[in-house]
Design a protein around this ligand. Sequence first.
Ligand code: DX5
Ligand code: ZN
Length: 215
Amino acid sequence: MPIIAPSFLASNFLKLADEVNMVNTSEAEWLHLDVMDGRFVPNISFGLPVIAAIRKATKKICDVHLMIEEPGKYAEAFKNAGADNLCVHIEACPHLHRNIQQIKSLGMKAGVAVNPHTPISLLSDIIHEVDLVNLMSVNPGFGGQKFITYTYEKIRQLRKLINERKPGILIEIDGGVTLDNVAEIVAAGTDVLVAGSTVFEAKDPVAVIKQLKEA
Ligand code: DX5
Ligand code: ZN
């Protein structure tokens, strides 16, 4: 069964403690935390102090997705804020190998995120160094967007690359995951499902998390 990672971008920030407690009581294993800088993506979300507060309220894995330029400048600060996984964008990292080594040397799991237009083949010389690939199934920057269906093909390509090079690396799908497309996303070879609006806009988020997991 896939790991479920509710994305707090879609949560109610006025009730953050309740939202974290909801995830704590659910079958979700990870909390997905989207950091945006208004430069790499055309939006600004939340950052270090918010993640540090969430960290104190949960024992689950904090999966931090950095949609920022120069992520290397902030890796240690995110470690100190409580990140377990730190994911940087390949498009933002001219020295990606160095970024990955830095994240691992700080004791975090290292993730690389790829935009919808970025070919899977660009991962071929770095894949064996990472713990996790975040395959964006929408253009990063906003929640509530429509799943880009070409992602199915990219999941299959990435699964093949991982099987050939280093089985065990996790494939995470981020954006537009719904109860309607989840079964096909998992069947294509996904390990981790990020879901923002599908979870936090639901009447019964705990039940939806269970449905996503069992789809
Ligand atoms: C988008 C973020 C996603 C977002 C997903 O840039 O990386 O994690 O929160 O939101 P939904 O699930 O609503 O598409
Ligand atoms: Zn994300």
